[in-house]
Design a protein around this ligand. Structure first.
Ligand code: 5AD
Ligand code: SF4
Length: 465
């Protein structure tokens, strides 16, 4: 076994002893809650945290009044950071009522030295801070935290080795995310991700494929391949492999019936990938293709390395190969220097593409990124006006697209009993839309045909066929 892995298993055993002692003294199990913010990568990282917490004997409840609360943070926009400081205020109260309580912080926000400094100075009741590059050391850090009265801080500037095969606990038994790569080399001018997640590192295809095979044997039928930019997967490996090739190999795994991936950068989405997608009915007919802006001038400034025209041409190639595909996107409004004309170019692309859904963001200045140095920030009133226009356009398009499926039969992966009505189950179509229909818990984890009786805007009411 890998030396580092062996070491972490040693700490898992050690933490388990400490947790057992503490819970015997308290006469009850120790509880833990994980609060996850941000993207699919963080959701996956939280499954790893959960795996280790469960292995060391915590009862993972998901609540914020637990004996240990772990904040897995996001820093992509300023309001994500503000939310964390808001939550820390609450936690201080909980801590007053429960002297056993420990607070741990991890995720992208912790990779920013200014954040760690602020917590160290103003939130002294936090017990543990670690970063994105040393998450695999969680058991070791837990032991340090449980044995110390001081704030434990361990954040690495650079990524070390990828430690495989630590315990994970999936949120759903039947679907999971799988990291295929970490980090990002694109340095879009507004984005902090390359600074907090480090340089691009791909996992070996054999590691990925054997992980997915093991999941398939354990009842997983849907996987989401995760990377900041999956289209550049494998380029830096000793034996380079394309993402399309990896995807093809994943389709050949028995038991895996649905494959998704996130995120695709439009600059290097290959025709090979479009071909593999079109050739396999296991790969979901859904592509998330962040536009960010429809103005070639702004795209150039953002360092996105595509133009309005090349993006639209790509959409055409994708739709020609897969006419029924759902397209979703991310768009930023109010990038420094964005004019009325630039914004109208974005609206034009949105109208032409007709996205199934779009995440729209107001530009947020991230210290340390090239765009943060710009002095031509767009006035707030203008940003708000544009944002409202864009939102109503994407919502209308989304509703029109959703309506088109009304009256058809779709395949639904059933996820859970409906939260409001126990006579219904809730699941997702291939395009990720939510469907509610009459059924029981025996359907959970199964893919079943459902007649989409009524479209309610962004979800459907159906009937099993
Ligand atoms: N301001 C606003 N939105 C941003 N995103 C990334 N950085 C910023 C920023 N500084 C958005 C992009 C990206 C998504 C994950 O978050 O649209 O695709
Ligand atoms: Fe950020 Fe651009 Fe990398 Fe996406 S591709 S994580 S937007 S730098």
């Amino acid at each position: 076994m890998d030396k580092e892995l062996e070491k972490q298993y040693y700490y898992i055993a050690k933490a388990r002893e400490i947790v057992k002692e503490k819970s015997e003294a308290l006469g009850r199990p120790l509880t833990a809650g994980i609060v996850t913010m941000g993207c699919q990568m963080n959701a996956r990282d939280s499954e790893k945290l959960n795996g280790i917490l469960t292995a060391v004997g915590y009862e993972v409840t998901g609540k914020e009044d637990a004996d240990l609360v772990v904040y897995n943070t996001c820093t992509v926009r300023e309001n994500a950071n503000n939310k964390v400081y808001g939550h820390l205020g609450y936690l201080q109260n909980y801590k007053k009522h429960n002297p056993e309580m420990k607070i741990a912080m991890c995720g992208c926000m912790m990779q920013e030295p200014a954040v760690v400094e602020k917590i160290r100075e103003s939130y002294r009741f936090v017990d543990l801070i670690f970063g994105t590059h040393n998450l695999y050391k969680f058991a070791e850090l837990l032991v340090q935290m449980l044995e110390s009265d001081q704030m434990v801080i361990d954040v690495w500037e650079e990524a070390g080795s990828v430690v495989e095969s630590l315990p994970t606990k999936r949120k759903y038994s039947f679907k999971t995310g799988v990291n295929i790569m970490f980090g990002c080399n694109n340095f879009c001018s507004y984005c902090i991700v390359p600074y907090v997640r480090g340089r691009e590192r791909s996992r070996e295809p054999q590691e990925i494929l054997s992980e997915i095979k093991a999941y398939a044997e354990d009842g997983v039928c849907e996987v989401m391949l995760l990377g900041q930019n999956v289209n550049s997967y494998g380029k830096t490996l000793e034996n380079p492999v394309s993402f399309a090739n990896l995807l093809q190999q994943v389709t050949e795994i028995d038991g895996i019936e649905r494959i998704r991936f996130m995120t695709s950068h439009p600059k290097d989405l290959s025709d090979e990938l479009i071909g593999v997608m079109a050739g396999s009915d296991k790969i979901c007919r859904h592509l998330h293709l962040p536009l960010q802006s429809g103005s070639t001038r702004i795209l150039k400034d953002m360092n996105r390395r595509y133009t309005k025209e090349s993006y639209l041409a790509l959409v055409d190639r994708i739709r020609n190969a897969m006419p029924d595909i759902a397209l979703t996107t991310d768009i930023i409004v109010g990038y420094p220097g964005e004019t009325e004309e630039d914004f109208m170019e974005t609206m034009d692309v949105v109208r032409r593409v007709e996205y199934d859904s779009a995440f729209t963001f107001i530009y947020s200045k991230r210290t340390g990124t090239p765009a943060a140095k710009r002095t031509d920030q767009v006035p707030k009133e203008e940003v708000d006006r544009h944002f409202a226009m864009l939102l109503s356009e994407v919502q209308e398009a989304g509703a029109r697209r959703a309506k088109r499926l009304e009256g058809s039969i779709g395949k639904v992966l059933v996820e859970q009993i409906n939260r409001q009505d126990a006579g219904l189950v809730t699941g997702r179509l291939e395009n990720n839309s939510v469907v509610h229909f009459p059924g029981g818990s025996d359907l959970i984890g199964q893919i079943v045909p459902v007649y989409l009786k009524e479209c309610k805007g962004f979800y459907y009411i159906g009937e099993m066929r």
